[in-house]
Design a protein around this ligand. Sequence first.
Ligand code: CU
Length: 122
Amino acid sequence: MRRTLVSLAAVTALGLTLASCGGSDDGASGCTPATFDVTVGAKDDLKFDADSYDSDAGCVEFTYENEGSVAHTLLIKGKSGFKLSVGNTDTGTVELGAGSYELFCDVSGHEAAGMKADLTVE
Ligand SMILES: [Cu+2]
């Protein structure tokens, strides 16, 4: 909510030209309403808190919680519009059809170190 207010203020003050470049933090596809929740934890040993996650197909809301102090991201291979970043906690929604997906962190070196997990959507 706070990000939305800041973005609106910027657009109002500086004009619509900023609208196209002010969205760097809204990587989520932004479906609504969310019909399923998935919580993913990020740990300082460059792992997620599980090797695999499950979800129902539809509009899925991800809650990404940082259990440590290293900054992390959460992306889904093949879903270019979706990205969460922590910090502490971030949430976002994405429309997912049934299938197998791979979650990963795109901070340099993290995926190679094991920061990836399977996501099964049914
Ligand atoms: Cu990471």
